[in-house]
Design a protein around this ligand. Structure first.
Ligand code: ZN
Length: 301
């Protein structure tokens, strides 16, 4: 069975034809008309039509950054796209003869890791995506957990520091301000004593294995470990999957997360230890996850 996954980013829309093993059979990419809701809808329709041509497609899933309702149909709010209370599922289904599912992009990526990647052999998985910010996804008992209103699993806004740094969400002390790529750049600047260090220079230090870069990663990892310890008290996942650009640091990131996790874990020594793994699907996770969630939805119809 084939389904289509669409992943909407701030600069491009990626689309893929995916089979039920999560394999990509065909891929397309177009620029993202983020400023216009109508043009965005047109681009999605065109992509789905192109990818379904001549293929027995059963459903399509659309992943976008933002709040999506629990029924996987309405985009309440998308920070980078001109969508406010957009009934996207209904609009797309009126133009395309396929069942459509809408999902938050971090949730779609988490679903892909759970089905086909680093979380494959588990039933309870928590994913943290360390990009510019901190995204997350929760799989509980083999199902995507999105909360009663669809706005759950926003792990980036877990508070780790009362009265801490200001966050884009309007609160203070969220893990996003301490465990994100942006925070890592701040630690790199502190470690190198160079307040003008930019993201590319920081990346180079990490690639070169500069000691300052490892120290910055340790700081980042120790904050993420604090967040994971709190998450384990609530969710008790068998595995944490760490994705996003910063995950390229591999063990150098996982090691300080594990150490800090164990230090901060409640009932230390009596709590089974989850695994910490790096995500496997990288840039394809969004399209593969969106396609697979659509397949799952269509099978239930
Ligand atoms: Zn926040």
């Amino acid at each position: 069975m084939y389904s289509i996954g669409i992943d909407i980013g701030g600069t491009k829309i990626a689309g893929a034809l995916v089979n039920d093993l999560g394999e990509i059979l065909e891929q397309r990419q177009v620029p993202s008309p983020a400023h216009s809701a109508q043009q965005m809808e047109d681009s999605i329709v065109e992509l789905i039509q192109e990818l379904s041509q001549g293929n027995p497609v059963k459903a399509a899933g659309v992943a976008a950054a933002g709040f999506i309702d629990a029924a996987q149909s309405t985009v309440y709010y998308a920070p980078n796209i001109a969508w406010r209370n957009e009934p996207l599922k209904d609009k797309l289904e009126a133009r395309i003869n396929l069942p459509i599912v809408i999902e938050n992009d971090a949730n779609a990526a988490g679903w892909a890791e759970y089905r086909f990647g680093a979380g494959k052999s588990f039933t309870h998985m928590t994913m943290l995506t360390i990009g510019t910010g901190v995204g997350g996804a929760i799989i509980a008992n083999g199902e995507l957990f999105t909360g009663g209103f669809g706005a759950g699993a926003e792990i980036g806004h877990l508070r780790v520091q009362p009265d801490g740094l200001e966050c884009g969400c309007g609160q203070r002390g969220c893990i996003e301000s301490y465990g994100s790529g942006r925070a890592l750049l701040r630690y790199l600047r502190e470690e190198t004593g160079n307040p003008a260090l930019d993201a590319n220079e920081g990346k180079k230090l990490l690639e070169d294995g500069d000691p300052a870069a490892w120290r910055a990663l340790e700081t980042l990892g120790s904050w993420l470990g604090i967040a994971c310890a709190s998450l384990s008290a609530v969710l008790d996942p068998q595995v944490y999957v760490i994705g996003g650009g910063v995950a390229a640091a591999g063990e150098h990131l996982l090691q300080p997360i594990r150490e800090s996790f164990l230090t901060n874990l409640s009932a230390q020594g009596y709590h089974p230890e989850p695994e910490f793994r790096i995500a496997q699907l990288a840039n394809d996770a969004g399209v593969v996850g969106a396609a697979d969630l659509a397949r799952k939805h269509a099978e239930k119809l």
